[in-house]
Design a protein around this ligand. Structure first.
Ligand code: BTN
Length: 246
């Protein structure tokens, strides 16, 4: 499938822009909307996504599916996370992990965030809008941003943002095409292998605000995180029901 790249000089949110733009048509081809200057970047749970000015990249890939059901959302989440994790490794040589459900972590710091919107047509996913923010060239971040790190801080390299975006997006798309062709076989196993702190002890805060310790055991069929508590009990958490403390 051909890919169209759409550079936006400045935009509120590439996900919002992509969503409005593609809803006018029914996309058959892959489109990549991107900017280095995003004024109202959306994070998980309506949180802010910090981009800065011409230091980092905000990308929204519109990826059409055929034969993906709404109930395949977990395969999409895991496949997309793996695609980004793998593309970043290939492109930069930097070892990175997926922090459940789909943050990109290097050691104990956040290199990137992902926001996936699946657009349904009946019971099928017509396309996904895959929003990706990667910290590329920033040398420092505002104090309010929790735990960030950029590629520049890790490698000392200053990246050409346009080239970086195109190479990264192409690698993500290629990886997803392969996963799709393989009907998402072994996706869960591969996801767990790339999961930050899998089978390790983690400190987390539950919805009541209690701090607990436990071991990450699994990510189940609903994409819930399964943790075995220090008292031996297993609990599963939906996204937003706990925060892992790095
Ligand atoms: C998160 O970790 O909370 C997810 C952050 C996702 C940010 C990206 S930047 C490109 C796209 N456009 C947005 O407004 N958000 C996503």
């Amino acid at each position: 499938m051909p890919t169209e790249y759409i550079y936006l000089e400045t935009v509120d949110s590439t996900n919002l822009y992509a969503s409005k733009d593609v809803s006018k048509t029914n996309p058959q081809d892959i489109r990549v909307y991107y900017t280095f200057n995003q004024s109202e970047g959306k994070g998980q749970f309506g949180r802010e996504w910090y981009l800065g000015y011409h230091n980092n990249v905000a990308i929204s890939i519109v990826y059409p599916w055929k034969n993906m059901k709404a109930t395949d959302n977990v395969a999409i989440l895991m496949g997309v996370s793996l695609a980004i994790q793998n593309a970043l490794t290939v492109l930069t040589g930097v070892t990175n992990k997926i922090k459940w459900p789909n943050d990109i972590y290097v050691k104990d710091k956040k290199l990137g965030g992902v926001l996936i919107q699946n657009v349904l047509k009946g019971s099928k996913v017509s396309y996904s809008i895959i929003g990706i923010g990667i910290n590329v060239n920033s040398k420092r971040f505002p104090k309010r941003i929790p735990n960030p790190v950029s590629l520049n801080q890790i490698t000392g390299t200053s990246y050409n943002l346009d080239e970086f975006t195109k190479l990264l997006s192409a690698a993500i798309i290629q990886y997803l095409d392969i996963r799709k062709a393989l009907k998402f076989k072994t996706t869960k196993k591969d996801y767990l292998e790339s999961l930050y702190k899998f089978k390790k002890e983690v400190k987390y805060k539950n919805k009541k605000g209690e701090i607990k310790w436990g071991t990450i055991k699994d990510v189940d069929d609903k994409a819930h995180l399964v943790i075995k508590d220090s008292d031996g009990e297993e609990h599963s958490f939906d996204h937003g029901e706990l925060s892992l403390m790095a």
